[in-house]
Design a protein around this ligand. Structure first.
Ligand code: GLN
Length: 176
């Protein structure tokens, strides 16, 4: 999606690969595993420092959980990178079989509703004053922005619609 938008995208697995980043995407997956891996690969402190310095970061699904300051009823010992002043609830819409798709109005994205794919998705249970709510599904907050941090409960990368990633690329460009 990012390459299609003209960005130079590459994977980050080690601290040495964090140099010269303009922005970071934390994708979906499994946040408990990501939490263990960022610490095992010594990425926890450098990523927290970059977020504190204002690096634009987009987190989708498990990535949203990694960006959240707080998790409602977390797995024992589960930590997040934090940065976003929100409380998220993991697997909030139900189990894998309860995955669903929905067209959402998304503030800041023009051209009609965004098709959102939710896969064992979290929702934002509580958001601080500095957090802008961009979209809701079933009355729940599923997309937020706080300055250079963007997060969605759903997976825009699976639909072929580049508009959410475009919003993130614009956030990076605005800050540079
Ligand atoms: N349920 C996963 C978690 O808690 C997130 C699922 C996803 O990223 N699609 O980390």
């Amino acid at each position: 999606m990012l390459t299609e938008l003209g960005a130079h995208a590459y994977g980050i697995r080690r601290p040495t690969e964090l140099a010269h980043l303009d922005g970071l995407v934390i994708p979906g997956g499994e946040s408990t595993t990501m939490d263990k891996l960022v610490r095992a690969f010594d990425l926890y402190d450098p990523l927290r420092a970059l977020i504190a310095e204002g690096l634009p970061v987009y987190g989708s699904c498990a990535g949203m959980i990694m960006l959240a300051d707080r998790i409602a009823e977390p797995r024992p010992g589960q930590q997040t990178l934090g940065g976003l002043d929100v409380t998220v609830r993991r697997n909030a819409f139900g189990r894998q079989v309860d995955s669903f798709e929905e067209d959402l109005d998304f503030a800041g994205v023009d051209g009609g509703p965004v098709r959102a794919v939710f896969i064992r998705a979290p929702w934002v249970e509580e958001a601080g004053d500095g957090v802008q709510v961009l979209a809701r599904a079933a009355g729940r907050i599923v997309a937020v922005r706080q300055g250079p941090l963007l997060a969605t409960s759903f997976h825009p990368e699976v639909t072929g619609d580049t508009r959410v990633h475009e919003l993130f690329v614009d956030i990076i460009k605005d800050g540079s």
